[in-house]
Write a protein of this length. Structure first.
Length: 165
C-alpha cells in the first residue's frame, strides 16, 4: 500500500501475484547464490568480489510500475550510505538499450546490471520489485518482495543493523 492505495505486484510474465506467493521470503542466513554479471559500463561484479561489504540487491524491470515508483526512495538510501561499505546492485530483466532509454526519463542510483534473467532465476525471484540484502559474509540477511509504504524504511533498518555489527 502506498499513500493509502494498494499497488499490485506482477510477475515477469505479467500475472498478478497475491497472497502467500507475494509474502514468501527467502530463508535468512542462507548463503547467497553465486553470480557474475556486468554493469552498464562493462564492469563485472561477482559475489566473491563483494565479500566484506553489505550488498543491497534490487530485482526489477522497466515495465514494472511499482519498481519505478520506489526508485526515488531507493535513491535516498543510496545517498545515505554512500560513504559506507555498502554496494547497491540492481539486476534487471531488460537489455541495456531499453534501460538506457528508460534512464533518460528516470533516475536510478543503483549499479544496474542489465539482461540478468539468469541471476534473477538463481535467486528464484518470481515477483517484482524484490530486494535482498547480503551481510558481509554473503549470507542473506533480509528479503522483501512487493512495494509498500514501509519497503524503504525496512531496507534502511536492515542496512543500519548490518553496518553497526
Amino acid at each position: 500500500m502506498l499513500d493509502g492505495e494498494s499497488i499490485p505486484v506482477y510477475s515477469a510474465e505479467g500475472k498478478r501475484v497475491r497472497g502467500m506467493e507475494m509474502m514468501m521470503l527467502m530463508t535468512s542466513s542462507a548463503i547467497s547464490p553465486d553470480f557474475s554479471a556486468k554493469d552498464m559500463n562493462g564492469k563485472t561484479y561477482s559475489l566473491s568480489s563483494l565479500k566484506g561489504k553489505v550488498v543491497v540487491i534490487n530485482f526489477w524491470f522497466v515495465e514494472c510500475k511499482p519498481c519505478v515508483i520506489e526508485m526515488p526512495e531507493l535513491n535516498e538510501i543510496v545517498e545515505k550510505y554512500k560513504s559506507e561499505e555498502v554496494v547497491f546492485l540492481a539486476f534487471a530483466l531488460n537489455e541495456q538499450p531499453k534501460i538506457e532509454s528508460f534512464l533518460k526519463k528516470h533516475t536510478f542510483d543503483y549499479t544496474i546490471l542489465p539482461d540478468s534473467g539468469a541471476v534473477i532465476g538463481d535467486y528464484k525471484i518470481k515477483s517484482y520489485p524484490a530486494h535482498i540484502i547480503l551481510d558481509q559474509n554473503s549470507k542473506i540477511a533480509f528479503s522483501i518482495r512487493g512495494l509498500s509504504n514501509s519497503t524503504a524504511s525496512e531496507i534502511d533498518e536492515a542496512i543500519e543493523g548490518l553496518i553497526e555489527k
